[in-house]
Design a protein around this ligand. Structure first.
Ligand code: FE2
Ligand code: FE2
Length: 137
């Protein structure tokens, strides 16, 4: 079970400020969830954070996908598929826990950490060359 806070490291960077900032924002959200779990805060807080996260994720995926289109990125289809998988898995998880319980928060954190780290280190790294070539930094 995860209890340690996530720390941003250079290895997670895609070398593009706008996107790194969005990824950092997601790290911060996971850490906020960890705080709530350790302090046993109220259900409302948990719900607010989860809803903000869902909104932010839509915004972040849209940012990446906007550039895929603009730059005619060759792995667009595969990458969008990964984003969709994430959305589907999150929906399944939310359906499993109709209430914003601590158990839900634990499972959500595990899911997010696994996904985020893997996605950042593998899938998002793949567009770095293309984005840089198109002048993003
Ligand atoms: Fe992505
Ligand atoms: Fe991303």
């Amino acid at each position: 079970m995860v209890t340690k806070k996530l720390e941003w490291e250079e290895k997670y960077s895609v070398g593009i400020e706008e996107i790194d900032n969005q990824h950092k924002h997601m790290f911060a959200t996971i850490n906020k969830l960890l705080d709530i779990i350790s302090t046993g805060s109220t259900k409302e807080n948990l719900g607010d954070i989860i809803e903000a996260l869902v909104k932010y994720k839509i915004f972040h995926f849209a940012t990446e996908e906007k550039y895929f289109k603009e730059f005619n990125y060759e792995e667009t289809e595969d990458h969008i598929k990964k984003h969709k998988e994430f959305n589907d898995n999150l929906t399944i998880l939310k359906e499993k826990y109709p209430e914003y319980t601590i158990e839900f928060a634990f499972e959500l954190i595990n899911f997010l950490e696994d996904w985020l780290i893997n996605h950042l280190m593998v899938v998002d790294q793949r567009y770095v060359k293309c984005f840089h070539e198109h002048g993003l930094k």
